[in-house]
Design a protein around this ligand. Structure first.
Ligand SMILES: [Zn+2]
Ligand SMILES: [Zn+2]
Length: 201
């Protein structure tokens, strides 16, 4: 069903700089983190707030030093648009952990083949060694937990085999209960992971 109100927006809110790409936003993804932001469940929202941090559209303007994109190209932008490029995380292509990174959440103004939902699962699969052929996800070697609401994780810790991993990528706003004993039995690992760097996308 078509919405009666037509909405148009531009990703760049400032002047297009020599290394910038401006594009007309045609599509926008909403993931659970946007719902957290709308309700200020993480306590960091500033209003007015436009939800949606994966955006795709058509290039309308390119800066003089841009050579990878031209007007009319289809582009997509994920959660992260800038970082300091000098800290250790940036040097290791882990811009997503840069303390001075610029996110698309309620922020300003880049192009990646893997957007939020893709990289959020792909990055931990690789980092925690769950991507190798022959491993069995969700039953033995590891679980990627995408649940964004409060939930009991003890039953999940019990599912993977010994040395199995439970990787949290959802972000419930209240602390989860984590009794240690289930970790000791089977040398289990509970970890977290937030999107991925530019190289990985
Ligand atoms: Zn950095
Ligand atoms: Zn997302």
């Amino acid at each position: 069903m078509e919405h009666p109100n037509k909405a148009f927006g531009y990703a760049a809110r400032r002047e297009t700089d020599e290394k910038d790409v401006a594009f007309k936003v045609l599509y926008c993804e909403i993931c659970h983190s946007d719902l957290h932001m709308v309700k200020n469940e993480w306590g960091v929202s500033t209003y007015p707030l436009v939800p949606g941090h994966d955006i795709a559209g058509i290039v309308t303007e390119v800066g003089s030093k841009v050579d990878k994109f031209k007007i009319g190209d289809r582009v997509g932008v994920g959660c992260l648009v800038d970082s300091c490029r000098t800290c250790q995380n940036c040097e290791e292509s882990l811009e997503n952990y840069c303390p001075r990174s610029t996110l698309t959440y309620g922020a300003k103004h880049a192009a990646e083949p893997l957007l939020c939902a893709g990289i959020t699962v792909y990055s931990p699969l690789r980092y925690f060694g769950l991507h190798k052929p022959g491993l069995q996800y969700f039953t033995l070697d590891g679980i990627i937990d995408t649940v964004s609401a409060n939930h009991r994780i003890v039953p999940l810790i019990g599912v993977p085999k010994s040395h199995g991993k439970l990787v949290m990528v959802g972000a419930p706003n209240k602390p989860l209960e984590l009794p240690v004993f289930p970790l000791l039995q089977g040398r289990k690992l509970v970890a977290g992971c937030a999107i991925g760097g530019l190289k990985e996308t």
